[in-house]
Design a protein around this ligand. Sequence first.
Ligand code: SF4
Ligand code: SF4
Ligand code: SF4
Length: 222
Amino acid sequence: MPVGETPDGPPASETADGVSAPRGRREFLLLLGRGFGAAFLGGIAARLAAGWSVAAGKDRPADRARWRIDQARCTFCGKCATACVRKPSAVKAVNDQKLCSNCVVCYGHIYNRSAPSDRIEKETRVCPADAVRRWNFSGGQDGYFIYEIRHEDCSGCGACARECNRYGSKSMSLIIRPDICLDCNECAIAAVCPSGAIYRAPRGEVTEARGIPEDELWGGAR
Ligand code: SF4
Ligand code: SF4
Ligand code: SF4
C-alpha cells in the first residue's frame, strides 16, 4: 500500500476529480446515520417519558374524582365539622356572590332578622367562630354588603348555610375544599351523612362547583 493511502483508498486530497473522496463520503454518511439514529431514539424516549407521565397522572385517584357535597341533599346537620379526618374539617362554607342579595341583615350572619341596621354589629352571630365577615361596598349603614367566609376560622358546621337556605337567598353552602381534602378512599363524612349528600365527582366538576370560577371558589378565604 503506497505511503499516504489507507485501506479504504487514497486520502481526499489525492483524488482525481477533487470533488469528493471515497473515505470522506463514508465518514459523512456514517455520521449522518448516527445523527438520525440518535434523533430517532431521542424522540422515542421523549414520547415514552411523556406517555408515562400522563399515565402516572391518570393513575392518581385524586385526578380522577373528588369527594363532593350534593347541595340539594345537604341538611346542614353539623357532621361535616366533626366527622372529617382532617382537623379542622376539609369542609368549609362559601357564599356564592352571584346568588347573594347583599342584604343589610344577612340571615347567615346574625340570628335577629329584624335587627335595626345600627345594631347589627352588636347582634349575636350565627357563626360560633364569627367567620362570616361583612363588608359595606356602597357606603351608608343601609347600603349593600358583601358577606364572605373566613376559612381559617370556619369549622364547616354549616350553621350559616342552614340559616341562609331557610330564610335567605340560598347563596351560602358547604363545600369540600379539594386542596384540604385528603381524598380518602372512603370519606368518613360520607359514612355518617344522614342524607347521603357526599359523593364522588369528576375533578373538573368539583373545581367548577355551582359555576364559581376556581379562583373565586373559596368564597373569600384569606
Ligand atoms: S353530613 Fe351531610 S347533611 Fe350533614 S352537613 Fe355534611 S353533607 Fe350536609
Ligand atoms: S360553616 Fe359554621 S363555622 Fe363556617 S362560617 Fe358557617 S357558621 Fe361559621
Ligand atoms: S375524603 Fe377524608 S379528608 Fe376529604 S372530606 Fe372526607 S373525611 Fe375529610
